[in-house]
Structure formats: structure tokens, C-alpha cells
Design a protein around this ligand. Structure first.
Ligand SMILES: NC(=O)C1=CN([C@@H]2O[C@H](COP(=O)(O)OP(=O)(O)OC[C@H]3O[C@@H](n4cnc5c(N)ncnc54)[C@H](OP(=O)(O)O)[C@@H]3O)[C@@H](O)[C@H]2O)C=CC1
Ligand SMILES: Nc1nc2c(c(=O)[nH]1)N=C([C@H](O)[C@@H](O)CO)CN2
Length: 235
């Protein structure tokens, strides 16, 4: 029986697409979700093991770790996808906002990685950690300041865990820019956003699925970032 992949934040968009891809490859998956949705129950019907987890408090992260370890003593990979794209304009408590961003994007991946080190290293075969970061890890963001800082910290975890877990485990970041619009994005925003990259397209969730599968199949990539930004860094 192949070892399971843990994927956090699987209810929608990129996380859901990555979960569906792993299931289509007959890879067992353990997924976390925060909000009950039809999509997560469809994953369960296809064999996914569900863990309800909101990573906004230490106690909730502790509980999630206990449940993850109880499901399986060993894992094929950990994919940290859960994320909250919060912005300063929607918040007036900046201390709470920074804590919220650091909890979901840094505390949760860090604590889960530390707790599952032996789950990844004390067995034969390939092992991976993938952190879903963001193009803004290298540029910052005027409107998502705390979010961008937390994603930069998450990318730094990639570098540290790549050193700490080698040669047993490959550890990489996937740094998307605009892969999918959100339902509230109006035409003006969409037009403007499209122009931010050289390729001027919004490719969809499958771009992240291809990057995830590439990293899982690689034998020689670690400590790297797979940039999915359409050449935005050259605009
Ligand atoms: N889509 C894009 O164009 C880009 C995406 N990225 C990154 O790629 C990843 C996937 O993006 P996308 O699919 O758009 O993300 P979404 O914002 O659509 O979904 C994020 C997921 O994370 C979960 N989540 C949010 N907050 C918490 C929390 N406090 N605790 C636990 N789970 C939480 C949500 O859970 P629920 O639904 O259960 O409430 C949701 O399933 C993210 O890490 C994102 O930062 C980076 C740049 C661009
Ligand atoms: N958790 C999320 N993070 C991000 C999202 C999102 O929808 N959820 N979207 C983006 C934008 O597409 C941005 O890259 C556009 O420049 C960034 N992060």
C-alpha cells in the first residue's frame, strides 16, 4: 500500500485540484479542511481521509498534528497549501492580522514538518515537502503586507528544511502569481491583472497540479522554488 500524501486546505481551487490529481493517480491522501463543503465530501467518497482543521490557534494546530499522526505513522509527502489571502485594508488590528498570517502560513507548516520528520525519514522511498508560497515572497506587497511577509517566511522554511532533512526528503516551494481569479474580481481588475505578466494569461489550477507532480517525480530538486508567474518578474 503506497504511503499517503498530506495536503492542507483541500476544499477549493488549487488544493482541490491537487487532491483530485493525487486521487486519480491512486495515491492515498489525507486532507485538511476548515469549512465543510460539498467538494470535501466528494473527496471523501473517492477515498480521501478528512481532518477538519483551522490553523488559526496553537491548540488547533496541536489537535491537527495529533490527528495526522493517528491516521498514519508514515507519509509520502506533505503539501502545505492552506492559506488566507488577507489584506490590511480589511483589518484594523494589525497585530492580530500578522499573527493570523503567521499561524496559517508559518506556524502550521513548521509545526507539522517538525512533528512528522520521522514519518518522512524513517522508511524507504522518496519523500517530499512542498510549500505553496507566492510570487510576492521576493517582491513584497503594498496591499497584503503581513500575508507577503508570512509567505517569505514560509519560503525560508523551504531552505531550512531542505538542509535539515536531506538526503531523505526533498523540500521545495511552488510560488504562483496569478493562476486563478477570485469570484469577486471585476472586469477592470482582471484586465489590469492580466497585463502584469509577459504571457498575459491566467492558466488555472492545472498549472499548480503540473508543478506538484513534477516535484514529486523529481529525484534531484530540493531547496528550490518553482515559479509559476508567466514572466511577471521581467515585466
Ligand atoms: N490562486 C492564485 O492565483 C494564487 C495562489 N497562491 C497560493 O496557492 C495556494 C492555493 O491558492 P488558492 O487555491 O487560490 O487558495 P484559496 O484561498 O482559494 O484556498 C485556500 C484554502 O486554505 C484554507 N484556509 C484558509 N485559511 C485557513 C486557516 N486559518 N486554517 C486552515 N485552512 C485555511 C481554505 O479553507 P476552507 O475553504 O476550508 O475555509 C481554503 O481551502 C495558497 O497557498 C495561495 O497562497 C499564491 C499566489 C497566487
Ligand atoms: N490563499 C490565497 N492566496 C492568494 C490568492 C488566493 O486567491 N488565495 N490569490 C492571489 C492572487 O492571484 C495574486 O497572485 C494576484 O496577483 C495571491 N495569493
Amino acid at each position: 500500500m503506497p504511503l499517503p500524501v498530506l495536503l492542507t486546505g483541500a476544499t477549493q481551487r488549487l488544493g482541490l485540484a491537487m487532491a483530485e490529481s493525487l486521487l486519480s493517480q491512486n495515491t492515498p491522501i489525507v486532507v485538511t479542511y476548515r469549512t465543510p463543503k460539498q467538494s470535501i465530501h466528494r473527496l471523501e467518497q473517492k477515498g480521501a481521509i478528512l481532518i477538519r482543521a483551522d490553523f488559526s490557534t496553537q491548540a488547533a494546530i496541536d489537535r491537527a498534528i495529533d490527528e495526522i499522526i493517528a491516521v498514519s505513522p508514515y507519509y509520502r509527502a506533505l503539501i502545505h497549501n492552506a492559506s488566507d489571502w488577507a489584506q490590511e485594508a480589511d483589518n484594523d488590528n494589525y497585530d492580530s492580522l500578522m499573527e493570523q498570517m503567521m499561524r496559517v502560513h508559518v506556524f502550521a507548516p513548521y509545526r507539522i514538518n517538525m512533528a512528522l520528520e520521522t514519518a518522512l525519514t524513517h522508511r524507504e522511498g522518496p519523500a517530499d515537502i512542498i510549500h505553496m508560497t507566492d510570487y510576492v515572497q521576493q517582491t513584497g506587497s503594498a496591499k497584503h503586507v503581513a500575508y507577503a511577509a508570512s509567505k517569505a517566511a514560509l519560503h525560508n522554511l523551504t531552505l531550512s528544511f531542505a538542509k535539515r532533512l536531506a538526503p531523505s526528503v526533498k523540500v521545495n516551494s511552488i510560488a504562483p502569481a496569478l493562476l486563478m481569479f477570485n469570484s469577486g474580481d471585476d472586469e477592470a481588475y482582471r484586465e489590469k491583472a492580466l497585463k502584469k505578466s509577459l504571457l498575459e494569461i491566467v492558466p488555472g489550477a492545472d498549472e499548480a497540479v503540473k508543478a506538484m507532480n513534477y516535484l514529486l517525480e523529481s529525484d534531484y530538486i530540493t531547496g528550490q522554488t518553482v515559479h509559476l508567474n508567466g514572466g511577471r518578474h521581467l515585466k
